[in-house]
Write a protein that binds this ligand. Structure first.
Ligand code: AHM
Ligand code: MG
Length: 325
């Protein structure tokens, strides 16, 4: 499609192209984009709010100003519960899933999110992001059950992220390639900027927190030794969406491995690893826990952590080979 096509137009076109695509998705994704626009505005104001010390104080409406990750969580819920397409929402910010209240129509999907990943970077004006994932519900009752949320990544029907960076971008897949849209703030619309993204099969960047080196296993240490010898550049923002997005476009590998302190790594399977693994596979890359594809892992717990090795396919294979040996 022509670059600059609006997100809504693109979704309508996709719906026509793929008979399996339903109009429900068009409306759900449009509302996710709306939440992204609201958060983009708030993230842009965040520095100012921080300087002026508004957090925890009352705003002009007499309401407490929330910290941004809580605000992001509530914004997604408030916007998405109206759509009629969801039965429940799980979030990194909530211990238990949110059930769509009886006051709203209910639907056949569940929504999972990390509403504001990397939020410790807000104070220092570094890119952060929202990550989301959608599955068909499995249960049939009036409420979402744990089995609706504990599905392997392979069963996702949609995944995406919104990155609040030098511009705000939304990247998503419904299993028919990966597409990126950049927010044009002057008209408040996401416009097609990156159609059918493919990650290079090999990259020149590696991203890992090298401060953890003393905690790594031998395989990870050996892999990092190899990439340095090869001349790859180190790039680590410490904000997953930002590190992932750069590597997706330029080619590269991101690792948050298991280590002596974090036996299961740090990142969350359902809110971070699975959605990004679905995206990277759709872009011809790979996502792994070092031993098996992230998308094949059947979750046991909502907030389960997982080692994550993700990016260009040949780089992920090379890292896995070191970890296995
Ligand atoms: P968060 O969910 O608490 O924001 O933590 C997730 C973040 C990721 O964005 C990032 O990749 C990682 O934590 C960085 O961790 P570390 O500071 O240990 O390298
Ligand atoms: Mg997170």
């Amino acid at each position: 499609m022509e670059l600059g096509t609006s997100f809504t137009q693109f979704l309508i076109d996709q719906q026509r192209k793929y008979p399996s695509a339903t109009g429900e998705f068009t409306s759900l994704l449009s509302e996710i984009a709306t939440a992204g626009k609201v958060l983009s505005r708030e993230v842009n104001k965040a520095g100012l709010i921080d300087i002026l010390g508004y957090h925890g104080k009352l705003n002009v409406h007499g309401e407490q100003v929330q910290i941004l990750d809580q605000f992001a969580n509530d914004t997604f819920i408030k916007i998405l519960r109206h759509t009629g397409h969801l039965i429940g929402i799980a979030s990194e910010e909530m211990d238990d899933p949110y059930q769509i209240p009886d006051a709203y129509p209910k639907g056949k999907y569940v929504f999972l999110m990390d509403p504001l990943d990397g939020s410790s970077n807000i104070d220092v004006n570094i890119s952060i992001g929202s990550i989301f994932s959608i599955y068909h519900r499995k249960s049939v009752g009036a409420h979402a059950t744990m089995e609706d949320f504990l599905q392997k990544g392979r069963d996702q029907v949609c995944a995406g992220y919104i990155i609040y960076g030098s511009s705000t971008m939304m990247v998503y897949t419904t299993g028919f390639g990966v597409h990126g849209f950049t927010l044009d703030p002057s008209i408040g619309e996401f416009l097609l900027s990156h159609e059918s993204i493919r990650i290079p099969s090999r990259g020149s960047i590696y991203s890992i927190n090298e401060g953890n080196e003393s905690l790594w296993g031998d395989g990870v240490r050996e892999y990092v030794r190899q990439v340095k010898k090869e001349g790859k550049s180190a790039r680590y923002v410490g904000s997953l969406v930002a590190d992932f997005h750069r590597n997706l476009l330029k080619g590269g590998i991101f690792l948050y491995p298991a280590d002596a302190k974090n036996k299961n790594g740090k990142l969350r399977l359902l809110y971070e690893a699975s959605p990004l693994a679905f995206i990277v596979e759709q872009a011809q890359g790979k996502g792994s826990n070092g031993h098996q594809p992230i998308l094949d892992i059947v979750p046991e717990k909502l907030h389960q952590r997982v080692p994550l090795i993700i990016g260009s396919s040949e780089d992920v294979e090379a890292a896995n080979a070191c970890i296995a040996s």
